[in-house]
Write a protein that binds this ligand. Structure first.
Ligand SMILES: Nc1ncnc2c1ncn2[C@@H]1O[C@H](COP(=O)(O)OP(=O)(O)O)[C@@H](O)[C@H]1O
Ligand SMILES: O=C(O)C1=C[C@@H](OP(=O)(O)O)[C@@H](O)[C@H](O)C1
Length: 727
């Protein structure tokens, strides 16, 4: 991955990335991860220092004092900037910003030469590490100042020396060891992807061009109270989260400055959602009285690599130009303004505002205005259609006022971004309109109907998915008995964006002819999803037919779950082992899918314990299988496992009939602990084993994931495949 984003043309694509930040925030840890993501060597200034002086840092400071250390640190910094300005990831010592001369060097680098990322992390978590005994790798304790005081002093220096800010998530202390750095690794990877401008499939621009886009307005002050399930519930069918930063944000309880407080909240939000963030400091709250705070906040939005940063047009051209210079390749600029009450959508005055925003380099333009009648929405729609046909940036029009629910609904259909006003103060009040309301209103407005999904079949999964899609405003046609698929294609909505056929496909026997018919008729945008194995008829011609076939959702869910809990970098590797436990009870069709799932994870050492001869035959035919251990019980399998594989990287156990918490302790000596995914769906009803229903839990270094989480994961994968919304 290359940092090819130009950062307004300020740095070369291979410019080295410097990391700064307080001791223990994770500069070394994140630096190593980033070096993996960017495929670049990693340098740690402290380690280079130690090899230069030949003694540990602590010993050097004990013998020569801090001043001597800082002197040499300056020389080292100069050398790093001179000789390693290209192609590296470099972590600097936490105290490097203490010297003015060092700050000048780093500031200059950040101003024109390359990325300098300040790393932030929840101070409680950092302090927990620092106060733990025997972990002290350097000399910080010798500073004889409280950690908080040192951090407070350095905050403005870290800010002035950096042009990006990365908030490293900290897992809770009860997490499984292999989970500890998983969240941080995901986060830095996504941060880097935003910087290099990896096009997001959910880019607002693309969405605005194709269909209605929905954003959830989330006052940043609420982030502390939110947890992942609540946020997920509030963001179903939502394309982006608008973080609204109002002056009312309570910082009286914050231990740090305003900017750090906001950054930590945005970081927390990132750990709960993958939706793009539209960062929006309240213009009214900040720009009128305190332009410098507003400027600082906008800069922070760029540094945090928020996907969209909203900037008020209510500033002078020069001020805007100065602000926009700070943009990062990760952020699109939304320029926004409120139209005068005398102006209407698309009149000369409104067009002049739009033209100014376009000239200033907006990627998206947002205009708001009080709307008095439903007709005004149609005017806006006409103007937007005209803009869409031109090269100009997309226009988001926001009508507000007291024009009742119908107008609100119309507005939500007509404008590319819907901001549920009710969410301003309470996430629980988010309104997602029902499919009936949408259908009724869209007919009134003479519009195309919203996306339409055909669900064929009535499995439990189809019913759950159908309800979820309805909640998200999709039009859903559920057909009880699979109709002739020609009916589906002759349906008046058949040109709708999504046709989904959720078809339970028998796991054996020839492909059902209906599926081939579907494959032939499906259009480019179709999603064809089979609840069982992918039909050969579909998978053999996905490109040609414009169809992509979802992997079996169970396998998809299993591999997602494992990746979610175990990091590919820290845990799963080719030296990992997967053990399928209780294969005889598996329905034959599931075996290849589970193998596909572990193969997908990159695991090449697979053992099956307790195989029937039929299952064994299937496993043998599976090309990636290096070794199969066939024994009646796990205890008997242990010596073979140990001899064949030894303790490598963490093990993935997919358990079908054993009661996972009762894994024999002897297993611990044979393979490295990892994750146990319990698969009740795959079990014969008669096996009678206890289900693991609870939240993931850790026992003896193994993380047990129960059936509840697996089925939730499976539902999420179905929803994601159908809608394209990341869950
Ligand atoms: N995001 C994180 N979540 C949990 N632990 C972390 C995280 N980042 C770092 N750590 C742990 O904190 C400690 C200090 O990290 P380190 O990278 O050495 O910090 P620095 O280089 O900034 O002093 C290490 O034990 C590391 O494993
Ligand atoms: O904060 C500081 O003053 C220091 C931090 C240390 O680096 P890390 O932040 O990498 O631990 C190291 O350079 C030295 O002990 C001084």
């Amino acid at each position: 991955m290359e940092l090819s984003g130009s950062f307004a043309g300020r740095w070369a694509p291979d410019a080295s990335v410097f990391l700064i930040g307080m001791r223990g925030v994770g500069k070394t840890t994140i630096g190593l991860m980033l070096s993996g993501v960017l495929s670049r060597p990693f340098l740690d200034a402290d380690r280079i220092f130690e090899s230069a002086v030949g003694v540990p840092l602590k010993q050097f400071v004990d013998e020569h004092g801090f001043s001597a250390f800082r002197d040499r640190e300056t020389l080292l910094l100069q050398q790093l900037v001179r000789e390693h300005a290209r192609g590296k990831v470099i972590a600097l010592g936490g105290g490097v910003v203490e010297r003015e001369e060092n700050r000048r060097i780093i500031e200059q680098y950040a101003a024109s030469r390359g990325p300098v990322i300040r790393i932030l992390r929840d101070p409680n978590a950092v302090l927990a590490f620092l106060s733990a005994p025997a972990k002290d790798k350097s000399t910080w304790t010798d500073l004889q100042e409280s950690y908080a005081a040192v951090w407070q002093r350095r905050i403005p220096w870290y800010e002035s020396c950096s042009n990006l800010a990365f908030v490293a998530p900290s897992p809770d202390s009860s997490a499984h060891p292999s989970l500890a750095l998983k969240a941080a690794e995901d986060a830095i990877k996504r941060f880097a992807e935003r910087l290099v401008g990896v096009p997001s499939p959910r880019s607002l621009r693309a969405l605005a061009a194709t269909r209605r886009t929905t954003a959830l307005v989330l006052p940043l002050s609420l982030v502390d109270e939110l947890d992942r399930p609540r946020l997920e519930a509030a963001t179903r069918g939502v394309d982006a989260i608008e973080i609204h930063i109002a002056q009312t944000l309570d910082i009286s309880t914050a231990r740090f400055d305003f900017g750090t407080h906001i950054a930590l909240l945005v970081g927390r939000l990132r750990t709960m959602t993958r939706l793009p963030l539209l960062y929006r400091p309240s213009r009214q709250a900040y720009s009128a009285h305190d332009a410098s705070t507003y400027f600082q906040l906008i800069k922070l939005g760029f540094e945090l690599a928020c996907e969209v940063v909203d900037v008020s047009l209510n500033l002078q051209d020069e001020e805007l130009a100065t602000l926009l210079e700070k943009r990062s390749p990760a952020s699109q600029i939304m320029l926004s303004s409120t139209l005068d009450p005398s102006q209407s959508w698309g009149d000369d005055g409104a067009r002049a505002v739009y033209a100014r925003a376009a000239r200033l380099g907006a990627n998206v333009i947002r205009l708001e205005k009080a709307v008095a009648s439903v007709d005004e929405n149609l005017e806006l729609r006409r103007w937007q259609t005209e803009i869409a046909a031109s090269d100009g940036p997309p226009l988001i029009g926001l009508g507000h006022g007291d024009t009742a629910r119908l107008s609100l609904l119309l507005n939500s259909l007509l404008t590319p971004v819907r901001l549920p006003g009710a969410a301003e103060n309470n996430v629980d009040k988010v309104v997602l309109f029902t499919a009936d309301e949408l259908r009724h209103t869209s007919r009134l407005a003479g519009l195309d109907h919203p996306r339409c999904v055909h669900l064929v079949g009535t499995t439990a999964a189809a019913t759950t998915l159908g309800q979820r899609l309805l909640d998200a405003g999709f039009r859903v046609d559920i057909t009880q008995t699979p109709p002739l698929l020609t009916d589906v294609f002759s349906h008046p909505d058949s040109r709708a964006v999504v046709h989904l056929a959720l078809i339970p496909q028998p796991s054996s026997g020839p492909p059902v002819p209906k599926l081939s018919l579907l494959a032939r008729n499906a259009t480019r945008h179709d999603v064809v999803l089979c609840l069982r194995r992918s039909s050969a008829a579909l998978s053999s011609r996905p490109q040609e037919a414009g169809v992509y076939v979802a992997e079996n959702t169970l396998a998809l869910a299993v591999s997602h779950l494992v990746v979610k809990h175990l990091s590919p970098v820290n845990a799963i590797s080719t030296r990992s082992t997967a053990i399928l436990l209780g294969v005889p009870t598996l329905s034959a069709g599931i075996v290849p899918e589970l193998l596909a799932a572990v193969h997908h994870l990159g695991i090449r050492r697979i053992a099956a314990v307790g195989c029937s001869s039929d299952a064994l035959e299937r496993l043998r035919n599976f090309e990636v299988l290096r070794t199969v251990v066939v024994t009646a019980s796990l205890d008997e399998a242990v010596p073979a496992l140990r001899d064949e594989f030894g303790a490598g990287s963490p093990t993935v156990i997919i358990s079908c009939d054993a009661d996972p918490p009762d894994l024999p302790p002897v297993l611990a000596h044979a393979v490295a602990p990892g994750i146990v995914v319990h698969l009740p769906e795959a079990r014969l009803p008669s096996s009678g084993a206890r289900q693991v229903e609870n939240q993931p839990r850790t026992i003896d270094g193994w993380l047990y994931v129960g059936s509840v989480e697996l089925s939730r994961e499976r539902e999420d994968r179905l929803y994601e495949v159908v809608t394209g919304y990341p869950v």
